[in-house]
Design a protein around this ligand. Structure first.
Ligand code: LM2
Ligand code: CA
Length: 437
């Protein structure tokens, strides 16, 4: 597909869910840029209904840039500071609908005739016209087929582009006909990276494959397959993931361990911090080492009920990361996998596979990198064929590689490419050619 010239195999994005623009700007400077993250997905920047719940952000009232995360000035300040740190900003676009509160949105303006106003009383997902035109959970469904509505949405996107946004998540893309999305993005000046949220469900009338000619789609099957295989002691079988049926091609896929909806509403589909922490962590390492799709790390906050909005104090308040905010992207191993992806991007294939049963797996990346994952609770020690050139490598999951020095353990690869690898239960090790000591 034609949008966004990203090298997905060298890239990783993080969703800083409900972070403020100021906190995101700081995070770009202090952490994301130095670690090599490509981009940050931010919560919807548009004005929304009031209320403490997180989901007020998915009920827009206009395209004015004023939201719980901050105002227009702060937003632009963020895109500039992130760009200076080498991090792109991707905005979450809520363009299928407006709030459930009424038909009058004077700041756009939209009036009653800009909405489908189909009284469906629940969507029949076997009928594409219902999926596309009915109100989704009561949210007023826009006539995205109309030239006026398309123009207003495109104006909003172009405004964000001028403020320095480099990519977009299209929320509820499944609820818009592909032709409408194609028309709208065709009006965008520039070439942003775009991914469309199309939740895969077998047997339904609207499928992700109907959207891949436009831009990337979310591949929910990876999330679900990660959760199932890790939870059921079958992790090693994931090595064949990209060859299974029912997934879009790597070149069309945006992938994730969890998203903000499923960690709340479908934890059976997605690993979360309620799973054994090592398991949740390992799923990220697998996704980031495996050359399929453009991966996104979900950076969450802890909650007791699924409506609960973000913590009152931001993630940069002393001690907040890891207490109120989960900050998965700051877990050392996850952060260091951004550079692993860069170092291995040229060989976007799997090599040197070793398995020990169904729950221990190691694989190489064509002599540029190697990872060993142990989803068993007992330690795993083995001599493994890494495919790497002989040398001493930093285990980037247990130390940082800084200017030729490894702050953690190192691993020796012999002249035949073998290494003695020791991995604790529910842990992993990884090394790559850019982190040799
Ligand atoms: C999405 N993707 O397609 C978002 O990822 C998801 O988070 C959004 O739902 C949804 N589509 C609409 O953009 C969330 C949340 C819903 C919430 C809506 C709107 O998951 O629970 O619905 O945002 O705020 C809420 C109430 C619901 C009510 C609705 C309308 O939970 O009970 O329906 O508002 O007032 C009567
Ligand atoms: Ca629609």
């Amino acid at each position: 597909n034609g949008y966004g010239e990203v090298n997905r195999h060298a890239s990783v994005m993080v969703h800083l869910f409900e972070w403020s623009w100021e906190d995101i700007a700081q995070e770009c400077e202090q952490y994301l840029g130095p670690k090599g993250f490509t981009a940050v997905q931010v919560s919807p920047p548009q004005a929304h209904i009031g209320g403490a719940q997180w989901w007020t952000r998915y009920q827009p009232v206009s395209y004015v840039l004023n939201s719980r995360s901050g105002d227009r000035e702060r937003f632009q300040n963020m895109t500039q500071r992130c760009a200076a740190a080498g991090v792109d900003v991707y905005a979450d676009l809520v363009i299928n609908h407006m709030a459930s509160t009424g038909f009058d949105f004077p700041d756009v303006p939209y009036g009653v005739n800009d909405f489908h106003n189909w009284n469906c009383g629940g969507i029949n997902y076997g009928d594409a016209n219902q999926v596309w035109n009915c109100d989704l959970v009561g949210l007023k469904d826009l006539k995205t087929e109309s030239d006026y509505v398309r123009g207003k949405i495109a104006d909003y996107i172009n405004d964000l582009m001028r403020l320095g946004v480099k990519g977009f998540r299209i929320d509820a893309a499944k609820h818009m006909p592909p032709a409408d999305i194609e028309n709208i993005v065709g009006r965008v000046q520039g070439s942003p990276y775009i991914f469309q949220e199309v939740i895969r469900a077998s047997g339904e009338a609207v499928q992700p494959e109907m959207y891949t000619h436009i831009a990337d789609v979310t591949e929910f099957q990876m999330e679900r397959d990660l959760a199932w295989h890790f939870r059921n002691g079958r992790m090693a079988n994931l090595i064949d993931f990209s060859q299974w049926d029912g997934r879009v091609a790597s070149s069309d896929a945006m992938v994730f361990v969890a998203n903000h909806d499923d960690q709340r509403q479908h934890p059976e589909w997605a690993l979360t911090w309620n799973d054994p922490q090592g398991m949740y962590y390992l799923a990220h390492i697998f996704m980031l080492a495996y050359p399929y799709g453009y991966p996104r790390v979900m950076s969450s906050y802890y909650f007791n009920n699924h409506d609960q909005g973000p913590p009152n104090s931001g993630p940069h308040t002393a001690g907040a990361c890891g207490v109120d905010w989960v900050c998965e992207h700051r877990w050392g191993g996850i952060g260091n996998m951004a550079k692993f992806r860069q170092a291995t991007a040229a060989n976007a294939y799997i090599s040197n596979v070793s398995r020990d049963g169904d729950n221990r797996l190691a694989f190489g990346r064509g002599g540029l990198g190697f990872v060993a994952l142990n989803n068993d609770t007992g330690a795993w020690s083995a001599s493994l064929d890494t495919g790497l050139p002989a040398g001493e490598y930093c285990d980037i999951l247990h130390g940082d590689y800084v200017k030729g020095v490894c702050t953690g353990p190192t691993v020796f690869v012999d002249s035949a490419g073998y290494a003695s690898v020791n991995v604790a239960g529910r842990d992993a090790m990884a090394m790559h050619v850019e982190a040799r000591v």
